[in-house]
Design a protein around this ligand. Structure first.
Ligand code: HEC
Length: 186
């Protein structure tokens, strides 16, 4: 019995440690700006203006269209009005790549999600998010021999490039020290 209790406690302790490690990890990456998925989840939680809510479920359009749709929606949605220019652009490019969005499923991954999921297995994320580059340069990297096999659709590569044009180029002194070592060696 005692044995069983201590086993249970060990399992519990492992669970708690796992959770707090996961939390620490989240914190470590919190300096990387939000992508379109989380920005949209944030404004959605406050309720979207009707026209805008319908448009993201039914329309396929370019970033310029979504920028204007967001400007219009900001007149009635305080949450959208609070987004800064970079966030609005990030969300506009996300919608350009992902809309029309599914109604009852989780939102598809954004550029930040992809950077965290796909860009840390060969080098640290710092190599990616400290670079200031053009869209063409990002697409060039993605199509280079060392990156061509990374699993993404062509649309996702463009979404990732658009996200990184807007949100990468983070100065090294804003990167947590644990992520700096070797980070700028390329
Ligand atoms: C399969 C291994 C691998 C993965 C996964 C990977 N990289 Fe790389 N990356 C490399 C290698 C190797 C280099 C250095 C040599 C080179 O540039 O090809 C590099 C270098 C880079 C550089 C700097 C050099 C340059 O000019 O392109 C950038 C920027 C970069 N990677 C971005 C990314 C992004 C964005 C992702 C995620 C989508 C990613 N990497 C995921 C292997 C990888």
């Amino acid at each position: 019995m005692r044995h069983r209790i201590s086993q249970t406690l060990a399992v519990l302790a492992a669970l708690i440690m796992g959770a707090s490690l996961a939390a620490q990890e989240d914190d470590m990456f919190s300096f990387i700006p939000l992508g379109g998925r989380s920005l949209l989840e944030g404004v959605q939680a406050e309720g979207l203006p009707k026209d805008f809510g319908e448009a993201i479920r039914s329309k396929s359009a370019d970033a310029e269209y979504w920028r204007q749709a967001l400007a219009q929606a900001s007149e009635t949605s305080p949450a959208i009005a609070e987004l800064d220019t970079w966030q609005t652009d990030t969300l506009a490019y996300y919608l350009a790549a992902r809309a029309p969005l599914p109604a009852d499923e989780d939102l598809p991954r954004d550029g930040r999600d992809m950077s965290l999921e796909l860009c840390q297995s060969c080098h640290i994320i710092t190599v990616v998010i400290t670079q200031e580059r053009t869209r063409e340069a990002w697409l060039g990297t993605m199509n280079s021999p060392s990156h061509i096999e990374i699993e993404t659709t062509p649309e996702e590569r463009q979404l990732l490039a658009d996200y990184l044009v807007l949100n990468a180029g983070i100065p090294i002194d804003e990167v947590p020290p644990a992520l700096r070592a070797g980070g700028a060696s390329y």
